[in-house]
Design a binder for this molecule. Sequence first.
Ligand code: 5RP
Length: 237
Amino acid sequence: MRPDPREKAKINAGRKAAEMVEDGMVLGLGTGSTTHHFMVQLAERIRKEGIRIAGVPTSLQTEIRARALSIPLTTLDDCPCPDLAVDGADQIDPGFRLVKGRGAALTREKVVAAASAGIIIIAGEEKLVERLSGTVPVEVIPFAVTPVMRALERLGGTPSIREGKEKDGPVITDNGNYIVDCAFPEIPDPPGLEEEITALPGVLECGLFCRYAKKTRVLAGRADGCRVVKKRPVQEI
Ligand code: 5RP
């Protein structure tokens, strides 16, 4: 069966990112379906060209997939400053601020993004938005979930604990915590909201990624190719 246009867009973005990897790099390996396409192409380059890389996986899913593709793995303990993190996103604004966390891997993704010298975000064009909006995933330690949900309401959000699919009860992250999906009618100040959410006791991290725009490049895939997105000033509300 032929991949649908959205899948093709992800494949094209993943391929372009794999072409940008240089021999000897330590890579942050993000999580999700677009990152998977990147890893498939990366594995091909390792096999055919013999490039030597080592990857730091940001989730159990990525670790399992990387092992299946024979991509060499390492850790932040051995390689604390990866050269490049390659990851997907759920929303990307013109200033390269992001919403992430559909796959519940946002904390490790943010740790790797912060530690890496550069970041490449790969996504289909539909992920490019004029303004970040809607649901912000928040990783919360179970002990703190009720006070954190109340505090998120005071910040103007409508929080709900993410439920598993094919598993009753809450999603448990790779770190043993809950994901609270918090819907906001609008997000006029993403960096301010990121600071407010992450300052709540019991919150590990949230899916707003506003601090890494300077070192981020964005590759937007389409069914027939992929383009490097030009950063633009964000129109404040
Ligand atoms: C996981 C993420 C993913 O990178 C994000 O959801 C994009 O996933 P996909 O490439 O499957 O659309 O943040 O926590």
